[in-house]
Design a binder for this molecule. Structure first.
Ligand SMILES: [Fe+2]
Length: 299
């Protein structure tokens, strides 16, 4: 029997064992910015409930192995905002595995230990599956409303270095709030990235095999490749009501954008986005076709 035939037989056996399909699905939410709206009209508060409640339900209704928020889940990180979103996840997310990485807005008002006590989340951690290593990191400063750029503390950076080294050739999917400098749209601008003195790109560059970096913060869809990494930045939900669906299958990773088609939710998004504090609608947030889908076949 030729070695080619042997390869084909082992491929068939492996495919059969894995059901020839997608092995892991993740659905990812960009900056959500659930706001407390202290002085808002009753009408605007009702619009808030319908939009954010509707979006969370739509998110959790998507069947996936992991549901991930890329941070800025709340607008100011106030207790009442954090409690609303995490109560909703608990109430509507039975059977779902929800993972939140911190965004700068989430960390504006209370210490991170208090946020994590409300959310029940870890600040940074990893999950190893058969197909990939999922890594979730914290790139935020603590209670600093003036400097909204990113940083990664030395202890976490050392941990990340080790996780990436141990991943060897296995694909890594790394989730964080802030972009890597000079990669996705606007990440060349001050505070629209992890500050260069904390840049984790040198750690990422050392990884062997493919890597995927998912971030938010800049409120624009953008997908770029840098060496053996693909970087996927996702727009804010109020600008572009949509989620990213990541599918990991044998030898392939793909990303697509699932748009929310409900006209009422789209109307509410525009209305709220124009009428809330600490949020500015972003022109050009949708991006081009190349910022919406990605398919990478691993050789
Ligand atoms: Fe944001």
């Amino acid at each position: 029997m030729s070695s080619k035939h042997n390869d084909f037989m082992s491929f068939c056996a492996l495919s059969e064992a894995k059901g020839m399909g997608i092995n892991m699905k993740l659905v990812v939410m960009g900056d959500f910015h659930y706001p407390r709206m202290v002085d808002a009209s009753e009408e605007l508060r009702e619009a808030r409930e319908q939009f954010f409640g509707g979006m969370l339900k739509a998110f959790l209704d998507i069947d996936a192995d992991y549901h991930v928020s890329l941070g800025d889940f709340t607008n100011e990180g106030m207790n009442e905002e954090l409690e609303y979103v995490f109560d909703r996840i608990k109430a509507n997310g039975t059977g779902r595995t929800f993972i939140h990485v911190l965004g700068n807005h989430d960390a504006y008002s209370i210490p991170k230990t208090e946020i994590l006590a409300i959310s029940g989340q870890q600040r940074y951690h990893r999950i190893e599956t058969e197909e990939a290593v999922l890594v979730f990191i914290d790139t935020t400063k603590e209670m600093d409303r003036k400097d909204y750029g990113g940083e990664v503390d030395p202890e976490q950076a050392a941990w990340l270095d080790e996780v990436l080294r141990q991943s060897a050739d296995k694909p890594v999917l790394l989730f964080a709030h802030h972009p890597i400098p000079n990669t996705t749209k606007l990440s060349d601008k001050p505070m629209l990235h992890i500050h260069p003195e904390y840049d984790i790109w040198p750690l990422m560059a050392k990884k062997s095999g493919r890597g995927y970096y998912f971030c938010g913060h800049n409120h624009m869809n953008s997908i770029v490749q840098k060496d053996h990494w693909h970087l996927v930045q996702t727009a804010a939900c109020l600008d572009i009501p949509a989620f990213r669906l990541i599918e990991v299958s044998e030898g392939q990773v793909s990303v697509e954008t699932i748009h929310i088609e409900d006209p009422k939710l789209l109307e509410l998004a525009a209305h709220i986005g124009q009428n809330m504090k600490h949020f500015k609608p972003k022109a050009g947030a949708l991006g081009e076709d190349a910022d919406l889908t990605l398919t990478v076949v691993h050789s």
